[in-house]
Design a protein. Structure first.
Length: 139
């Protein structure tokens, strides 16, 4: 089974392009996903994960997602390779979004529209777990 569930903040606005063969919309963006554990006295670490959204999901992301916004993405991990002009092989691992959701709370004075009914309920992030001792993690 290949299923990924992420919640994080967009590091940039989604970038839109279209395939040459059948003009399909592809939106790509990156999420900063906080790691769950923090050692005392250290800053919280984040992983930066590349996301690719196709067709209707990509259209939704490109239209409504903005840099800094907290979102949820459900999808699958995909790896691919290609050779550049110099013959050097490149490897990429990314998440192909199958579902995308707003995860920020509604802000006062903003017109939120009817996104919840169309694209799922607004999710509330769970509180982060913080390690308060200097012990090593159990894994």
């Amino acid at each position: 089974m290949n299923k990924v569930i992420l919640m994080g903040r967009l590091t940039r606005d989604p970038e839109v392009r279209y395939t040459q063969t059948n003009n399909t919309l592809v939106a790509s963006f990156s999420l900063a996903v906080n790691r769950r554990f923090v050692r005392q006295g250290e800053e919280r670490q984040a992983d930066f994960i590349n996301i690719v959204a196709w067709s209707k999901v990509g259209e939704f992301c490109s239209k409504y997602f903005k840099k800094g916004q907290q979102v949820g993405v459900i999808g699958r991990i995909q790896t691919r390779t290609w050779d550049d002009d110099q013959g050097q092989k490149h490897y990429v691992t990314e998440v192909v979004a199958e579902e995308a959701y707003f995860a920020d709370s509604k802000r006062e004075g903003e017109a939120a529209g009817n996104f919840e009914n169309t694209f799922g309920n607004v999710a509330t992030p769970s509180p982060e777990f913080e390690i308060s001792s200097n012990d090593d993690l159990p894994f």
